[in-house]
Design a protein around this ligand. Structure first.
Ligand SMILES: [Zn+2]
Length: 245
């Protein structure tokens, strides 16, 4: 089904370019607008160090993560993003091997807050960082704040992830098969992006891919997160309060 959608788009692209005489241009999805609630690096005050040229890459995959840290309602997403960037630059001083490698900028290209705000991180021109060994080149990392082993993502957060991934696929001319998760690229090493978010990638196609495909076809994604998993987390990230120690 989704392969056929992609093939259809490819054929439409070929017909279009043939009709206007541009020759063999790569196939493209319909125009996808940058998602709303986008917070640029300038807007949140990013202060990256330069990234070496040997880390340059060409995007081939969009890989989803969760932070793996319980999100509580008292936290500020802007501060969270700023702190992560500052921590990455200080890793050689404050972390033990093998986690003490220097990260000149955020490890992810985008970070999504529980209210759906999308924070722009590392430039798309550079490969990401990770604490689990896998071939990083070509991956665009999208992280959702929260720990989806213990809490559920909010509908706003998932909708922003869907719209962001669609925008990235269209921008980089990638097929739906380019969508992946941390646990599927670093098998056996992590549960990231957490069972209550990873569930939407199960199946072929997974629900997440179906929602992204809708956006790529200019339709509204009908996102329904469904009931909690059996023995899974029940609390929504936007309702999680800090526990008193
Ligand atoms: Zn991850």
């Amino acid at each position: 089904m989704l392969n056929r959608v992609w093939l259809g788009a490819a054929i439409a692209g070929v017909l279009l370019t043939t009709e206007i005489g541009l020759g063999a241009e790569p196939a493209r999805w319909a125009e996808v607008a940058r998602p709303p609630k986008f917070v640029s690096t300038e807007e949140w005050g990013s202060q990256p160090d330069p990234i070496p040229d040997e880390r340059r890459h060409t995007p081939k995959y969009v890989t989803l993560h969760h932070a793996g840290v319980l999100w509580t309602a008292d936290r500020d997403p802007v501060q969270f993003v700023r702190n992560m960037q500052a921590w990455g630059k200080r890793r050689p001083e404050i972390e033990e091997p093998p986690r003490n490698t220097y990260w000149p900028d955020l490890p992810y290209h985008f970070l999504i807050a529980p209210d759906g705000r999308i924070f722009e991180g590392r430039s798309l021109d550079y490969e990401p960082e990770s604490n689990t060994p896998y071939e990083l080149t070509g991956h665009l990392g999208v992280e959702l704040m929260g720990n989806f082993e213990e809490q559920r993502p909010s509908p706003a957060q998932v909708e922003s992830a869907v719209r962001l991934v669609a925008w990235l696929l269209a921008k980089s001319e990638l097929p739906l098969e380019a969508i992946s998760t941390h646990r599927s690229v670093a098998k056996g090493q992590t549960t990231c992006p957490g069972r209550d978010f990873a569930r939407y990638f199960n199946g072929d196609p997974g629900q997440f891919e179906t929602w992204v495909a809708a956006v790529l076809q200019g339709e509204q994604p009908h996102i329904d997160l469904g009931p909690p998993l059996e023995n899974g987390p029940t609390e929504l990230i936007t309702a999680t309060k800090r526990k008193d120690k």
